[in-house]
Design a protein around this ligand. Structure first.
Ligand code: DUC
Ligand code: ZN
Ligand code: ZN
Length: 487
């Protein structure tokens, strides 16, 4: 019997901290050895001239998700996870999305059944709550978190999704009790709703006005409020898809004061701007996402915020809609931005876009690339013991990148179900040519060999990121609140 199942020979291994030439040996789906001159495997892959990296971890993707208007998004677990694998990603955290009146237990069971049927990479769920009633919070949520769904997402905007201030406090205090991280879409609902109506009344309905309809100030306002709540309850939160310089500055200020919060940005906010929405006809609908695309100055501010550690990770916020009446054009070929499905595909292009900018063009380099796209997302969401790095004993989720391969992104190149990529026409250098998931080669020579349903469910505990800081606000501190016990 061979000592190892597989050796990846002669590549350049990179983690969030180191880059070195080594062989990587795999046994029973995990990394068994990293060294020079390893031998004794049934199979070898020659990785000479290529990078050997941990598979990407994308912690924000909407898969087979039903929107509040009943619209199913474009991807199934099979199509979304296949496209993720082609783009270098081997783990994904998506949503079990409750709509008002739904049981989150039933919703989770439904998403879990779909994922068991289709997923080709490993997956986990955030519990997305739009209706956090006492029954949901006290009866349904605790067993779901204990089973391994240790993150809760809420919205501060969207009329049918946002939870309002008091319910947000209810969610934070329950998450504190259960040890779950809270992830928040933080924009001011009133500002968006008010300006959206004003634009539509005056006939400004083209896609480009979507970018206007979310005032820049809606981000920092909501971030301030959310951070005040997070400090008040002493419950860490992660702020999703930070898109503005002002939003990033609010996070920096809070972290500078020692508040335990985290921030995510997404590929599109680093590479696209509001100008991309300004297309003739209805084409701009492809770039409608929330929060909207901003400016080049914001892109610079977001890169800087990542470099400073104010933001810790880059996700895709893959939110796929087809370019037809079932998706972006449900309101007709030139839809009002108010009636255009929010979101764009990105599971497959996240890593190639970032690799090109960070590794091929040299912006921050390969270790930061691994850190922001694999290691930190895994650590923050409680997957760090198995995913996001190349370490002995970790799952052998490995992306072998050809750093010289040039690819021009196009609509027919990507494997998701939307039929387009918002990055079409861009040429990137560097591509993940061979992918392993728990030691099994699933992408090779342009083919995916993973079976639908072969992705494994990843139970997660809240971990260090979700742990309260211990700095009690005066209202919760019995030494300062006349002895009241409020937790
Ligand atoms: N928020 C998301 O996080 N994803 C898609 C749309 C949205 O508003
Ligand atoms: Zn969001
Ligand atoms: Zn999202």
């Amino acid at each position: 019997m061979s000592r190892f199942d597989l050796i990846i020979r002669g590549g350049t291994v990179a983690t969030a901290s180191d880059t070195f030439k080594a062989d990587v040996a795999i046994k029973d789906g995990t990394v068994a050895a990293v060294g020079i001159g390893l031998d004794g495997a049934g199979r070898e892959i020659d990785a000479g001239g290529r990078y050997v990296l941990p598979g990407g971890v994308d912690t924000h993707a909407h898969i087979e998700q039903i929107a509040s208007n009943g619209m199913m998004n474009a991807d199934t677990f099979e199509t979304a996870t296949r496209s993720a694998a082609f783009g270098g990603t081997t783990s994904v955290i998506c949503f079990a999305c409750q709509h008002r009146g739904d049981s989150i237990k039933a919703v989770h069971e439904d998403y879990a059944a779909r994922a068991r049927r289709g997923a080709m990479i490993d997956y986990s769920f955030h519990l997305l709550l739009t209706d956090p009633t006492p029954k949901i919070l006290n009866e349904e949520l605790p067993p779901l978190v204990a089973e391994g769904n240790a993150s809760i997402k809420v919205f501060m905007t969207y009329d049918l999704m946002n939870v309002g201030d008091e319910a947000l406090l209810d969610v934070l205090v329950k998450a504190r009790e259960l040890g779950a991280l809270v992830a928040v879409h933080a924009e001011n609902n009133g500002m968006i709703s008010w300006l959206g109506k004003r634009l539509v009344e005056r006939g400004y309905t083209d896609a480009k006005y979507h970018a206007v309809s979310h005032p820049r100030g809606s981000e920092p306002e909501a971030f301030h409020r959310l951070i005040a709540f997070s400090e008040f309850i002493d419950q860490p939160v992660i702020i999703y898809h930070v898109a503005t310089a002002e939003g990033a500055a609010v996070i920096r200020e809070a972290r500078g004061r020692g508040v335990k919060i985290y921030g995510e940005t997404c590929t599109q906010y680093l590479f696209l701007t509001a100008q991309d929405l300004d297309r003739p006809g209805g084409e701009g609908a492809k770039w409608v996402c929330s929060p909207p695309l901003r400016t080049e100055a914001d892109q610079e501010a977001l890169w800087h915020a990542l470099a400073m550690g104010d933001l810790q990770l880059v996700s895709s916020d893959h939110a796929p809609y087809t370019l037809d009446e079932k998706g972006k054009y449900a309101d007709g070929p030139n839809p009002s931005f108010k009636k255009t499905a929010n979101g764009m595909p990105g599971l497959e292009t996240r890593l190639p876009m970032l690799f090109d900018a960070m590794v091929s063009k040299g912006r921050y380099g390969i270790n930061k690339f691994v850190q922001w796209t694999a290691t930190e997302p895994a650590r923050i969401y409680g997957l760090g013991d198995r995913k996001g790095t190349l370490a002995i004993g970790a799952d052998a989720d490995i992306a072998i990148w050809d750093p010289k391969k040039e690819v021009t992104l196009s609509d027919d190149l990507v494997h998701d179900n939307t039929g387009y990529t918002p990055f079409a026409g861009r040429t990137v250098t560097g591509w993940p040519t061979t992918m392993l998931r728990r030691g099994e080669v699933i992408i090779e020579n342009g083919n995916c060999t993973a079976e639908p349903g072969s992705g494994a469910y990843l139970p997660r505990k809240g971990g260090e990121a979700a742990r309260p800081s211990g700095k009690l606000s005066p209202e919760f501190d019995p030494t300062r609140n006349f002895g009241a016990k409020l937790y």
